[in-house]
Design a protein. Sequence first.
Lengths: 373, 260
Amino acid sequence: MNAPDLVLTVEGLDALISALAGTGFRVIGPTPGEGAIVHDDVSSTDDLPRGWGDEQAPGRYRLRPRDDGALFGYALAPQSWKRFLHPPRERLWSARREGGEVDLRPAPLPEERFAFIGVRACELKAIAVQDRVLLGGAHVDARYAARRSSLFVVAVNCADPAATCFCSSMQTGPEVGEGHDVVLTELVSAEGSRFLARAGSEAGAAMLAGLPSRPATPREVAAGAEVIAGAEARMGRAMPPGDPRALLADLEHPRWDDVAARCLTCGACTQVCPTCFCTTVEDTSDLSGRETARDQRWDSCFATEFSFIHGGAVRASGRSRYRQWLTHKLATWIEQFGTSGCVGCGRCIAWCPVGIDITEEMAAFAAGPEDER
Amino acid sequence: MPRPRVAVWKFASCDGCQLTLLDCEDLLPEIFAALDIAYFPEALRTSAAGLPEGAFDLSLVEGSIATAADAARIRDVRDRSRLLVTLGACATAGGIQALRNFAEPGAFAALVYPSPETIDALAASTPIGDHVAVDFELHGCPIAKPQLVETISALLAGRRPTLPGHSVCIDCKARGTTCVSVARGVPCLGPVTRSGCGAICPAYARGCYGCHGPMETPNTAALAASLRALGLERPEIARLFRTFNAAAPAFREESARHDD
């Protein structure tokens, strides 16, 4: 897609949202929620968090008013797009017993088509990571596949990363690379926002062609590059350099005990992580014993049941569960799926109730057992 | 298949968990169709005639053991019951009345009753599981209706009930509730509290009160450290852990560490 950049006004962005809704998409975007900017249904730019940013630190998130009226002036919502593509709970099948007959009914495949507005570079990468897990192997998740194949992505380059962000060091951002239909860069000014727009797919190009726009001036293109350079410069954190698979060489490192003493084993990190994909199934039967159903729901490697086999849980201690999470996310994921399981969004840092920082833990491990011991 | 014969028992409690059973409303006809409820003084006039003879397939037990007579009675209940399921914070952890376990024997009775010498109570309120073997525990103050219906349905089907032991955080995230602790600095026991309520309080911007008791692997010390960082004083932390599940071991020990 080498077409020149276009410029959309706020009205142009409204036209985009209307066009998406008009062609049957359920449009999800950032919107002010209870104490945070969350992803929810949006019907126009009036629903976007105009003039709101966020401030994130280990175990801490606060909304922050901005004086520039930016529409996308926040870093990241508390939860990722995973909750729409790979939802927390969904029915797989139900069955009804009538006399001696059992009528098994698979749940219909989802027909809802999502359009996401405001997807960040790290989150696009996270969707690609989940694609590999849920679509790329022998056992394809048909429900994820249905939602994924109809998805329309309007990415927005990150202008103001949080103190918990480290996408640069994971090579996943802040500039949107691939996987989007349209990418926008917000140019904030006293006259209101304009958006540099570029298509990333044929569907995106067709969509842009139908919107009121004009070609970008060289000055606007340069301003867009500055937005991305500014985000890069303000990146809050970095994952320490080095091969994370070194973690596997010292599974008895004393730092595992140290982090286990702080870890609540609550599992919040796994639920907010945009790549954590694990689920379990729950069977229900009604009082009459005639109706039964099987639901899939998000699971967590921090739950003891997760590693339950005959005789008990394999990972009984908090230490073994934290170690499982970190070594899988950063090290064994590479062997299993060919990429890191971490995209540097920093949600596990901000939304950990006790603020455990994955980059700080990795720095402690990288410092080596001698320094630590 | 004959309907399982069921008894519903009350020990030291407020009756709220038994009311949760009655609160099943539109499911009550199905419940009474599926179960032969032979003894349920809270709900059935026939139970006023006294305890029926014989054994029960299932006993639902509400309340804690607070008197010597109850300590003897629960052994009789156990002897007559194939399965015994305890209902709620009193039966599973000793309940709010276990606050007296932290005081001098008789101290509360002297404050509450005009003639405390007529009160014949044990020094401590203890959970049913301290006295007899328990097959399943339903936590909460009160118990959650969906968990009660799930347990009855599972036992009828001969399968294990789905009663996860993970934290309330998992349920908040599934529900899409923004963390009140991280986003608002509200003290919340959710990370150390057992799932089951549906994560109600944080959905209304309040911290979890821990009414379902400790989750399966509660790191209360780590949570207490973060509550200190939020600005709570040590006695406030002791009080947070000392409510409906004050005598549940993890909560009891954490409150004791902050009880100056």
